[in-house]
Design a protein. Structure first.
Length: 699
């Protein structure tokens, strides 16, 4: 606040004392709070001052000169604190000082009885966790215990906010309502506009026309057992060219969504608004209507489907020699699961994979092994963290949770998709065509340095500075594969990573150690991939449905930010839904003691991961003792200054579940057993102070 006041004083907005600086009438001050009300055709912001005394000014266009790499660009409905300069009649230039939070108009919460009578709503997310009072006759038929969507009502700024119930969403212990609750909380759209549904229903299969005919090529899809949309198919064969002994030819065919979804049509507008599909444990919120996502754009076996295919030649070391793209018509030979393919590879084929083993599956693994050699030579970051797999009953009630196995079949598809994505990015760069790159910046230097110092103290690295490149991190993880700290180090490395985002400005992909990379392989579920398809169609003159010739770079930059935010929103929704399903599974186990590992230490307590379910639970600081708790400077230990007890990342604990909140998915417990881990054992014990009273200082 002091720094902000100094900025205002430097701008002349504030002066010492009580004098006020006059400004010309109808002119904005040098610093003002603005609300974004629209975007113009150039992607610039149309804003309006928020202050009541400035209500007669605007709306006007503003060019924001902020460094977009420092944070997300403002969007519709956002409020910003901006430093302004008048440059003409109704025209200003400005720089964003702050992107301001704002109270959501609608919130998700659980109805409770208020202490003084009446009803209140306890929000499960966002501000107002203390409770929002329901106005008289504002609850409708909603009863205490139900989850509801409420609308905030205008009123005094002090005291509890007032709301009325606009929708009843069911009880938090109803498994069929969990995903819907999360979708409402995250603002995810559930239904498609009628125009988009009608357009999808009217779509017809694409004819062969000028497309290449790949119907005789035994392309296969390999996905999870519960997958419903199949947007990629693969094939491999040894390269018979005498100049490439041991080499391979691979084909990656991707559903041609651009044939059905054209720029600016109702389907395109809705797909752009959603940004991507959202995958909950019991349902999917697709980016495209089911008539396309599970119908004409899904590469179902024995059905003709339009595709955009890339053919890639590899040498025996997995290095790409050349590639080419074409629009084609294909017919999938089989819909396979990862487990089926892996079992066939391991010598246990079934009736479906048996006939495909020699002509299809074995060549796929041969090409995969070559690609794997190239990956290892390049050096990439693969944290290989465990993933949850929920088993649900027919009514969506969780039955069990287990670690999802990571098979070579998973890695095979990953390597084929990476090769196709690299080919797409290279082609667009060579043709000087706008591309929505998938970029991944270097890790946070401070966090990486802190991790390096920890590993040095543990004797696991000689010099922390040797962790700068992905190959350095992978060598470290390989050395720690059987070490007790392996999982902890992987978790800390994950926290140090930058967020991968979409941008037309390429900086490379740190994690994959690639100079250029673009998502191309999932246009059914990611709008960014559809943009790359359109760019390829335009660059290679492959027919209709390409990117418009006049593509504004600033608008593309803003779109990249929008898609990155939509991706993070979807990831957060999926994480919260999984947490609520796991909480429901553990709800009847309150009082049970179970093993866990400390994964994070904070001043307010410990976060631990349950060994069996991988669920995260909080151990509040108040349950650890009455001493004064301090967090070490590196953030890896919490110490009781009174008696010297300490809790560190990686410690093994026994946790008694004390609370499972189904409304939020949060789990809490208390420690009944504690075994110091490697971090604690390699640190000197903290000597307790004679008194736990803090020293008093002047000033």
């Amino acid at each position: 606040m002091k720094a902000l006041l100094r900025d205002l004083q430097a701008e002349g907005v504030l002066e010492r004392g009580q004098r006020k600086r006059l400004r010309p009438p109808g002119r904005l001050p040098s610093v003002a709070v603005l609300e974004v009300v629209a975007l113009d055709e150039d992607g610039e912001l149309i804003v309006r001052p928020v202050a009541a005394e400035l209500a007669g000014i605007g709306p006007f266009r503003i060019t924001l000169l902020e460094d977009r790499a420092r944070g997300r660009a403002p969007g519709m409905g956002d409020r910003v604190l901006a430093k302004l300069r008048h440059v003409g009649e109704g025209q200003y230039e400005g720089r964003v000082l702050r992107l301001l939070p704002h109270q959501p108009e609608r919130q998700l919460g659980q109805i409770e009885r208020a202490a003084g009578g009446g009803l209140r709503v306890r929000p499960t997310d966002g501000p107002g966790r203390a409770g929002l009072m329901v106005v008289a006759d504002g609850a409708g038929a909603a009863e205490p215990g139900e989850m509801v969507l409420v609308e905030r009502l205008p009123g005094a700024s002090l005291g509890a906010g007032q709301v009325r119930v606009v929708e009843r969403l069911g009880r938090p212990d109803d498994p069929a309502a969990i995903s819907l609750l999360v979708a409402h909380a995250q603002g995810l759209p559930l239904a498609f506009p009628a125009e988009a549904e009608e357009q999808a229903a009217d779509a017809r299969p694409a004819p062969l026309g000028k497309r290449a005919d790949l119907r005789a090529v035994p392309l296969v899809t390999i996905d999870g057992a519960d997958a419903r949309d199949f947007d990629d198919a693969v094939f491999a064969v040894p390269d018979e060219h005498p100049g490439n002994p041991g080499g391979w030819r691979i084909t990656v065919a991707i559903a041609d969504v651009a044939h059905y979804v054209r720029p600016g049509d109702p389907l395109d507008q809705e797909a752009r608004r959603r940004g991507n599909s959202v995958y909950f444990p019991d349902r999917v919120l697709p980016m495209l209507p089911e008539a396309l996502s599970n119908g004409l754009c899904s590469l179902k076996p024995a059905e003709e489907r339009a595709c955009l295919a890339v053919h890639i030649r590899l040498d025996r070391q997995g290095q790409k020699l050349d590639h080419r793209f074409e629009r084609a018509l294909m017919r999938s030979a089989a819909r396979l699961t990862y487990e089926q393919v892996q079992a066939a590879r391991d010598g246990a084929p079934d009736a479906l994979t048996g006939p495909l083993l020699a002509p299809v599956i074995q060549p796929l693994y041969g090409a995969y092994e070559a690609l794997l050699r190239a990956r290892q030579q390049r050096g990439t970051l693969d944290l290989d963290l465990p993933e949850l797999q929920l088993e649900l009953a027919a009514d969506s009630r969780p039955l069990a949770v287990r670690r999802r196995p990571r098979l070579d079949a998973h890695r095979l598809i990953e390597e084929f998709m990476i090769a196709a994505n690299v080919a797409a990015a290279e082609t667009l760069e060579q043709r000087a065509t706008p591309c929505m790159y998938r970029i991944h910046d270097r890790p946070d230097a401070v966090k990486l340095e802190g991790l390096g110092q920890l590993l040095q103290q543990l004797g696991l690295v000689e010099r922390p500075g040797r962790l700068a490149q992905p190959k350095d991190l992978m060598r470290l993880l390989e050395r720690l594969r059987e070490h007790p700290l392996s999982h902890v180090v992987s978790t800390l490395l994950l926290r140090a990573q930058s967020q991968a985002v979409y941008s037309p400005a390429n900086i490379g992909h740190y994690g994959l150690n690639l100079g250029r990379y673009a998502h191309f392989t999932s246009p059914i579920r990611r709008y960014a991939d559809l943009l790359v398809h359109r760019a390829l169609i335009r660059a290679l003159r492959l027919g209709e449905g390409g990117l418009p010739e006049q593509q504004d770079q600033a608008a593309l930059h803003d779109l990249g930010g929008q898609l990155s935010r939509a991706e993070r929103r979807a990831m957060e929704a999926e994480r919260k839904a999984r947490a609520r399903f796991v909480a429901l599974l553990l709800a009847d186990r309150v009082g049970t003691v179970m093993p866990a590992t400390v994964t994070s230490v904070q001043r307010f307590g410990l976060f631990v991961q349950l060994t069996d379910s991988l669920a995260e639970a909080l151990v509040p600081a108040s349950s650890l003792g009455a001493g004064r708790l301090e967090l070490t400077a590196d953030g890896h230990r919490l110490i009781d200054r009174r008696d010297g007890r300490a809790w560190s990342i990686g410690d093994r604990v026994e946790l008694e579940l004390t609370e499972v909140d189904l409304a939020t998915g949060q789990i809490a417990g208390r420690l009944v057993g504690h075994t110091p881990g490697p971090v604690a054992l390699h640190r000197p014990a903290m000597r307790p102070r004679a008194s736990h009273r803090p020293h008093r200082r002047r000033g």
